[in-house]
Write a protein that binds this ligand. Structure first.
Ligand code: UGA
Length: 436
């Protein structure tokens, strides 16, 4: 099928590429000419495992194209995806101005001769946005234009986006238009995954409800971790024990510094704002946020308790990305932690397999209190403590004796429970983690 994706951010670029990979003809539109130029050169502006190769292969096969022209995109795609940012506003509600603008632009490019078009919301949007998109297109398109509107939320995780897209747990398609639903089902035929067809409002709600539930699981285990610490229990064992119940499941029960990233913090705030706007405040989600914020303060207190003061202390920091396998530092707890320690007078030497550049350029982690190295061991030389803030698997596979040798004082604060407490103790490290 011919499809168009408007917006080449994480979701737009990865889903466009995967649609091309399964055989569709995809045109990706972005209004940023520099970005389009980078993509046309066969380069990828984000780090996502496997993505760069797939982009190259599909461009070479003639199935994947990039342009700045919405008009060209609208002419090409029988199905047109909107995958533009939906950033938070200061009060937590979602800024839908990019969605509205794209809906208007699509409408203005449509003519009765274009033929029937399916307009799909891929971005995470509040329930009832599809109705607004339909209204907007109807208002700005010439008379006689035929279209249907669909919500098709994306569930990919950064760091494993390609695999999540090609092998999804489920595909959710919501629309009140039978013709649009038929085309969407055809589009997804090459994927081996259950397809859930719903009305448009339910599909939109599924996305916010899913992300909020996952964040709830994380805050739940973090709250349990606090109780474990106070009672001498081990949160890893507790997570294993409750996770063995199939109704609960072990995933997303990793205690740590809490969730960050461009999705959970924003989506939980948005879902709270939606609930308040309809007069049904979702208090449980406020508590999820409160527990999440408290994790960082509790961890800092743990470090403070041992170091007493941060001034004139050198800290080795492992991890800057908001999670493993990405260079993304948006809402990264690791960055927040670094900034807090620097503000209290510590000097940080930080490392991360992918996010050193983004931490400086995009998260503003610069200045006299911070320096960077690619080598995790080099961070440790003469440091008063090692702090682990991101769950990169390579940090779990380190030589503990080397850590002991290089640190000035053998203090290790593991905010992601990557190391084994017994092994750390055997190597002569004074080791602190979360909930054990
Ligand atoms: C999340 C969802 O998992 C995706 O399904 C969804 O499509 C995406 O948001 C989105 O809305 O676009 P993502 O933000 O890429 O994906 O990353 P996750 O793997 O969900 O991790 C989010 C945060 O939770 C990270 O900071 C991670 O460190 C933290 N986390 C995750 C924990 O602290 N404990 C866990 O057990 C799992």
């Amino acid at each position: 099928m011919n499809i168009t994706i408007i917006g080449t951010g994480y979701v737009g670029l990865t889903s466009g590429t995967c649609f091309a990979e399964v055989g569709h003809h995809v045109t990706c539109v972005d209004n940023n000419p520099e970005k389009v130029e980078i993509l046309l050169r066969g380069e990828v502006p984000i780090y996502e495992p496997g993505l760069a190769e797939l982009v190259k292969q599909n461009v070479a096969a003639g199935r994947l194209k990039f342009t700045t022209s919405t008009e060209e995109g609208v002419r090409h795609g029988d199905v047109i995806f909107i995958a533009v940012p939906t950033p938070p506003q200061p009060d937590g509600s979602v800024d839908l101005s990019f969605i509205e603008k794209v809906a208007r632009e699509i409408a203005q490019c449509l003519t009765p001769e274009t033929g029937y078009r399916v307009i799909v919301d891929k971005s995470t949007v509040p329930v009832k946005t599809g109705e607004k998109v339909a209204e907007t297109v109807r208002r700005y398109a010439p008379a006689g234009v035929e279209f249907g509107v669909v919500s098709n939320p994306e569930f990919l995780r950064e760091g494993c986006a390609v695999d999540d897209l090609l092998n999804p747990d489920r595909i959710v398609i919501g629309s009140n238009d039978e013709r649009a639903l038929g085309l969407m089902q055809k589009l997804y035929e090459p994927f081996v995954a259950p397809v859930l067809v719903t009305d448009i409002n339910s599909a939109e709600l599924i996305k916010h409800a899913a992300n909020s539930f996952l964040a709830l699981k994380i805050s739940y285990i973090n709250a349990v971790a606090t109780i474990c610490e106070a009672t001498g229990a081990d949160v890893e064992k507790v997570a294993e024990g409750i996770g063995m119940d199939k109704r609960i499941g072990r995933q997303f029960l990793n205690a740590g510094l809490g969730y960050g990233g461009s999705c959970f913090p924003k989506d939980i705030k948005a879902f709270i704002a939606i609930s308040e706007a309809i007069g049904q405040p979702f208090h449980l989600l406020k508590e999820v946020e409160r527990i999440n914020a408290a994790q960082l303060d509790r961890f800092l207190n743990k470090i403070r308790e041992k170091l007493w003061v941060f001034r004139e202390k050198k800290i080795a920091l492992w991890g800057l990305a908001f999670k493993q396998n990405t260079d993304d530092v948006r809402e990264s707890v690791a960055i927040r932690l670094a900034k807090k320690m620097i503000a209290e007078g510590a000097t940080i030497v930080a490392t991360d397999p992918q996010a050193i550049d983004t931490a400086q350029r995009l998260a503003g982690l610069t200045g006299p209190g911070i320096s960077f190295t690619d080598d995790p061991y080099a961070c440790l030389d003469g440091a008063d403590a090692l702090v682990i803030a991101t769950e990169w698997p390579q940090f779990a596979a380190v030589d503990l004796n080397e850590i002991r040798k290089r640190l000035r004082t053998p203090l290790v604060f593991d905010g992601r429970n990557l190391l084994d407490p017994k092994d750390a103790a055997a190597a002569g490290l004074e080791y602190f983690s979360i909930g054990r």
